[in-house]
Design a binder for this molecule. Structure first.
Ligand code: DX5
Ligand code: ZN
Length: 218
């Protein structure tokens, strides 16, 4: 797949959210990445439905929502109603039965389904789901905060996952989230990733349009 950059709005300027959305609309970014945190699954609380709605009303690109919350199955309809196209839930937040239920429900609601794994979770846990999901999201940092240092082992994990996807003959792409920058994006793509979430690399540069272009060309 052609490289997709998904700026994470966790690093946006919330006092000028519409302005930052317009910048991303104008940029070469593919998707808008929305990080929803509940303070329970992860130590931090980010933002919820009103902020997602505000972003959705200005965004002219697909919304990619990443749920870092417990009991994600309770909220799938709400994200569908916001117009989300890609919805991912954490492997660590669900039992096997609940994860299957989430994947099925996300599809029923007309969205693409992703399963996210934390840095300490091995790629192999995804084997039973590879033929059911549309994408696997590999965390490059511990979820909860933007701007953390990339965990180098993530690169090899993406390669392992890409081999597993090929072995399963599954139609599933790989998204990487956390610590993505111009320094690691090309190697992550070589290992098999196609979608790259970038929060601080997009918004802390002062010129998000240019930063997205740099990530696409790195
Ligand atoms: C981390 C979030 C990420 C985060 C990425 O919990 O899931 O989407 O915002 O931020 P950067 O790109 O700054 O690591
Ligand atoms: Zn995220």
């Amino acid at each position: 797949m052609p490289r997709v950059i998904a700026p994470s709005f966790l690093s946006a300027d919330f006092g000028h959210l519409a302005h930052d959305c317009q910048l991303i609309n104008r940029s070469a970014a593919g998707w808008f990445h929305l990080d929803v945190m509940d303070g329970i699954f992860v130590p931090n609380i980010s933002y919820g439905f009103p902020v997602c709605q505000a972003i959705a009303s200005v965004a002219r690109k697909p919304l990619d929502a990443h749920l870092m919350i417990v009991e994600p199955w309770r909220y799938l309809e709400r994200f569908a109603a916001l117009g989300v196209s890609y919805l991912s839930v954490h492997y660590e937040a669900c039992s096997h039965r609940r994860l299957r239920e989430c994947i099925r429900k996300i599809h029923e609601l007309g969205m693409s389904a992703g399963v996210v794994i934390n840095p300490e979770t091995p790629a192999e846990v995804l084997i039973p789901y590879l033929r059911e999901i549309d994408y696997a999201l590999v965390m490059g940092v511990h979820p909860g905060y933007g701007g953390q240092a990339y965990i180098p082992e993530t690169t090899e994990k993406v390669g392992v996952l890409a081999d597993m996807i090929a072995a399963a003959d599954a139609d599933c792409f790989i998204e990487v989230d956390g610590g993505v920058s111009v320094n690691n994006i090309a190697e992550l793509e070589r290992q098999g990733a196609g979608v790259f979430v970038a929060g601080s690399a997009t918004f802390t540069s002062g010129d998000p349009v240019k930063a997205v272009r740099a990530l696409l060309e790195a």
